[in-house]
Structures are given as structure tokens and as C-alpha cells.
Ligand binder design. Structure first.
Ligand code: ATP
Ligand code: MG
Length: 552
């Protein structure tokens, strides 16, 4: 395989060659615990943990929990579960909120050295004085406060003496900088909010740029990897670390993952959950890691996908069907092949003399170790309604009057006549079988053009089946700012089949294991199943039907 380094690997190799940080590589994955992780995050996880693996470094899991209003411990737990499921182990589990004391000290240091000041302006005034990208900002009248005065006010802010919105702490950088982010950014604001970890200890909270850079520095992160929209934050990131002369982490930006037919922002996904448009964060249609897991995507398929798309410095959109390709590729290797009839029609084998017999069936032709299982055959079967046609065209090779097909793992049958109800619908097929045509020991000499799947009616188990389609009908549901992305929800994204017929071995199906329902796709048991009612999710079809539709 070609071994081509990506640009971040090149940077690390260069840093190591120069002996920077003694060649140490320390990365971090810094989610804000305000939602479940989505597939975009998986790209960042695979990147950060992958780099540490490759360069024998470590990756911290740091919860970026500096905004008390939106954060919650249920998100913390789900994030940990998802990363572990993806197959990665973090070095330390850390919380930016654990650094609140240290961050406060840094803010005091900035004040003492004249690099931060307390501003009493309203947010409107601050916005007004900020200027525009082409018009320089103007200094706040409070910028000239002395360090002693600032220090006292900041301590009072912390002590709860000032109401929300009455004062902020700002970095004293440059109101005329062409980079708007350097125009004296706010680094602390007053917020009387309960924090999921620190409780009511604080009523001032640090802002992202300030907290993030210093958290990286405190953890001695060598390479702080983030998405492209932070590129113009880098000068500010560097300013914070340089100004206090603390450990210098290096920020490196890469292009985020965008998938078509999907939205990938926790804020938007939260709307889908809150408005009941999906059953929850782990609805199998959601582009979340927990949704993908529940849908039956193997963790390896997500890792392989991330590796395949690589990393770039320019934004692009990846086709959802590419991810599905990796899902199929992985499931093809590991999924047990079974038979299930989604739209059953009854077949009576009129000349079958036995009560039942058990036939050997291969579990996975792709895996020589997967072994075989026994499946029951009897005189009453179900086949797929679409596998029979009364007035069939010439090229229809499945079952039709007088035409023979093979039943997978069993015998060749021929249809002799059909039984209809009063409405004229076919309710039963009467067939004969050929005893010498048994799979594996066929001496009948009969040739058939197709093989169909089936289950024995008396042995089959009823199950519910959930078929999924893309959640959005538009390639870029978020693309038109005039139109709410929820307008594009696909009303047919979920189809429930209440009573499919599955072979009895599936009674022991396990959540988390993949099955191929022969000719029907890859499926997995849903966690909503109970001992008496089984529910299967279709993970993905066997072929990419969307690619076919598009090319027509
Ligand atoms: P969202 O907008 O969905 O809330 P976020 O970037 O605010 O995403 P965080 O929890 O702050 O979410 O992100 C944790 C890490 O995951 C960050 O380093 C971020 O850059 C990265 N990340 C988020 N979305 C993507 C994406 N689509 N592709 C790659 N990395 C991403
Ligand atoms: Mg965020």
C-alpha cells in the first residue's frame, strides 16, 4: 500500500526532526458536552487518536465544558461510550472546568501585566466600537483602567458583586488589527449559572479562545488540531500563550467532514431530537455515532472511511454513499448470512412427504471459519411475494407457472398453480419439489436460472423490520439560508414492516452483530427488541440503489 503522509504527519515528522518537545506527540480530542457526537467528530477522533498511535504519543479526552448553560453529564457519558466503541482509548479524561482556578490565575496575570481590562460597556457598545473588517475599531473608554483597578473589579466580578452583562474582562490586544478576533476579545463574562461539575462555585466563565488555548498549554499538548474555521483564531491562540510565556502548543487546522443529505451540527441535531422529528440522538437515521452504531454500522467501517477520505486543507462534501460502501465492505466480511422474508407469500409443496428436515446452511462464504448451521425445511414455506409473477415477461427467471427455481440451501421447485382470494389476489402457491435436487447432492440434472430465499412457515419467527432511507431529500439541507433545513426532511425515511418472517436461528440474534438477510441487505437487531418481539434495522441495502436511481 502506498504510504503517503498527510500534511499534519509531515509537520510532526519535521517537528520531531528538529527535536521539538523532545519528539513527544500529545494530541487531544476536545468535545463540548452539549450533544451527542456526530460522524464529523469521528473524523477528528480518528485523526487525533490515529496520530498518537502512529507517533507513539498520547491523546487526552478533554471536555470543553466552559459554557454551563448547554452542557450536561448525559452528553459526557455518551461521548465516552462513542469514543470507546470506535476503538480508541484516551490517556487522561480531563475537563476544562478543572482548570477554572488556573484560568482565573492566568486572567489575573494578564491584568497585572496590562494585557487585560474590565470593560463596563454594553454588548451593543462593544459591538459598535469593534469596527468592521474594513473599518478599524476604536478603543473603549475603559481600556485605560489601571491594573490595580482592573484587578479589584475582576475580583468583584468573581465574588458576584456585579450583575450579568454589566462587565466583561477583555484581552488588551489591538482594536485596529485587521483580524477582527484580535480587537480586544472578551475572555470572561458574568453568568449566574449552575455548572454540571463546578456547581455554583463560579459566576464568571471564560470564553472559548481564552480557555481552549490555555487548556492545551496546561496539558502540554504538542499539536492542537482543529477545523478550518479556527484558522483566523490562530493569531489569538498564539497571543495568549506568548503573552504569558507558557507552554506553546501549536494549532493546526484541517477541513471538517461534510456529508451530503446530512446536517452535521449538534445544534441542528438537537432540534431534530427536541422537536420529535427523530426518536432520539441514537435514531438510526441520525448522522450521530450512536445512530450509526444502532443502525448497525461497524466501528471499523467508520475508521476505514475516515482513513480513506484523509485530511485536507480545503472544505469539500463527501458522498454518504461512500460511507455506505465501507459499511458494506466490512459487513460482507463479518455478517452471518441468514434467510428472512420481508413480504411473505405462502408456498405449499404438494409432494413433500416429510414432516420436516433440517438442512445445512453456510454462515458466511467470505469467512471459512464461520461454519454452518441447520435450517428447517417443511411442506409449507414463505417466499418473497416479488419472487413470483403470474404473467411473467420472458426475462423473469424467478418463480412463475411452470418455471423452476432453486430454494437456497434446499431443493428445486416448480409452481403448478396459484390460489386466489375473492379479490383476485394470490394467497398461496402450489408447487412440487424435486427430491433429487437437494443442494450439495443434486443429481436431478435440472437447470435453473435463479435461486431464491425462503423460510419454513411453521418454524419462522415473526419480527418487525425497520427500513431506513436518507433523513433529508436535499443534498445540502443547510445550503439555502432562507429555508429551514427541517423543510427537507424525507417523509419516507422510515418504513416499518410489522411482520416479516425470519429463520429460527435469529431467535438468538445479538444487538451489535451484523446479519445479511440473503438478497435483502444487511440488518441488525435493534435495542428496542425484547425476548418476545424482535425488531431488526436494515443497516444498508446490498447495492447502492441511490447511485442507480441517479444514473437513470
Ligand atoms: P458542532 O458545530 O456540531 O457543535 P463543534 O465543532 O462545535 O461541532 P465540538 O464538540 O466543539 O463540536 O468539537 C469537538 C472537536 O470535533 C473539535 O476539535 C472540532 O473541530 C471537531 N469537529 C466538529 N465537527 C467536525 C466535523 N464536521 N469534521 C471534523 N471535525 C469536526
Ligand atoms: Mg462547539
Amino acid at each position: 500500500m502506498e504510504n503517503h503522509n498527510n500534511f499534519i504527519e509531515e509537520i510532526i515528522i519535521e517537528d520531531q526532526a528538529m527535536g521539538k518537545h523532545d519528539g513527544r506527540v500529545q494530541t487531544r480530542f476536545p468535545p463540548e458536552p452539549n450533544g451527542f457526537l456526530h460522524l464529523g467528530h469521528s473524523k477528528s477522533i480518528c485523526l487525533n487518536f490515529g496520530l498518537a498511535e502512529r507517533f507513539e504519543g498520547k491523546t487526552n479526552l478533554r471536555f470543553d465544558d466552559t459554557n454551563p448553560v448547554t452542557e450536561d453529564t448525559i452528553y459526557v457519558d455518551s461521548i465516552k461510550e462513542d469514543i470507546a466503541w470506535l476503538g480508541y482509548t484516551w490517556d487522561k479524561e480531563l475537563y476544562a472546568s478543572d482548570y477554572f482556578d488556573q484560568l482565573y490565575e492566568y486572567a489575573v496575570n494578564l491584568i497585572q501585566s496590562g494585557n487585560a481590562y474590565v470593560d463596563d460597556s454594553t454588548s451593543e457598545e462593544i459591538a459598535q466600537m469593534k469596527g468592521t473588517p474594513t473599518v478599524p475599531g476604536v478603543d473603549s473608554p475603559y481600556k485605560s483602567r489601571t491594573p490595580a483597578e482592573n484587578l479589584q473589579l475582576f475580583e468583584e466580578m468573581r465574588a458576584g458583586k456585579w450583575p450579568e452583562g454589566s462587565k466583561v474582562l477583555r484581552a488588551n490586544v489591538d482594536m485596529k488589527s485587521p483580524n477582527m478576533l484580535l480587537r480586544d476579545p472578551i475572555i470572561y463574562r458574568i453568568k449566574f449559572a449552575h455548572h454540571h461539575r463546578t456547581g455554583d462555585k463560579w459566576c464568571i466563565y471564560p470564553l472559548y479562545d481564552f480557555a481552549h488555548g490555555y487548556s492545551d498549554s496546561i496539558e502540554h499538548i504538542t499539536h492542537s488540531i482543529c477545523t478550518l474555521e479556527f484558522e483566523n483564531h490562530r493569531p489569538l491562540y498564539d497571543w495568549f500563550l506568548e503573552t504569558l510565556d507558557v507552554f506553546r502548543s501549536r494549532q493546526i487546522e484541517f477541513a471538517r467532514l461534510n456529508l451530503n443529505y446530512t446536517v452535521m451540527s449538534k445544534r441542528k441535531l438537537l432540534q431534530l431530537v427536541n422537536e420529535g422529528l427523530v426518536s432520539g440522538w441514537d435514531d438510526p437515521r441520525m448522522p450521530t455515532i450512536s445512530g450509526a452504531r444502532r443502525r448497525g454500522y461497524p466501528a471499523a467501517s467508520i475508521r476505514n472511511f475516515a482513513k480513506h477520505i484523509g485530511i485536507a486543507k480545503r472544505e469539500n462534501v463527501i458522498e454518504l454513499s461512500l460511507l455506505e460502501f465501507f459499511v458494506r465492505e466490512e459487513l460482507n466480511k463479518i455478517a452471518t448470512r441468514v434467510m428472512a422474508v420481508l413480504d411473505p407469500i405462502k408456498v405449499i409443496i404438494t409432494n413433500y412427504p416429510n414432516q420436516e428436515e433440517w438442512l445445512e446452511a453456510e454462515n458466511n462464504p467470505e469467512d471459512s471459519e464461520a461454519g454452518t448451521r441447520m435450517i428447517p425445511f417443511s411442506s409449507t414455506l414463505f417466499i418473497e411475494r416479488e419472487d413470483f409473477m403470474e404473467d411473467a415477461p420472458k426475462k423473469y427467471f424467478r418463480l412463475t407457472l411452470g418455471q423452476k427455481v432453486r430454494l437456497k440451501h434446499a431443493y428445486i421447485i416448480q409452481c403448478d398453480n396459484v390460489v386466489k382470494n375473492e379479490a383476485g389476489e394470490i394467497v398461496e402457491l402450489h408447487c412440487t419439489y424435486f427430491p433429487e435436487s437437494k443442494s450439495g447432492q443434486d443429481t436431478s440434472g435440472i437447470e435453473v436460472k435463479s435461486t431464491i430465499h425462503w423460510v419454513s412457515a411453521n418454524h419462522a419467527i415473526d419480527a418487525q423490520c425497520r427500513l431506513y432511507d436518507r433523513l433529508f431529500t436535499a443534498e445540502d439541507p443547510d445550503g439555502n439560508k432562507e429555508v429551514d433545513f427541517k423543510t427537507y426532511i424525507n417523509p419516507e425515511s422510515l418504513t416499518v414492516l410489522e411482520s416479516i418472517k425470519i429463520e429460527p436461528s435469529l431467535q438468538n440474534a445479538q444487538v451489535g452483530q451484523g446479519y445479511q438477510f440473503l438478497r435483502k441487505g444487511y440488518f441488525c437487531l435493534d435495542k428496542d427488541s425484547t425476548g418476545v418481539s424482535l425488531i431488526f434495522n436494515r443497516t444498508v441495502t446490498l447495492k447502492d440503489t441511490w447511485a442507480k436511481l441517479k444514473s437513470q
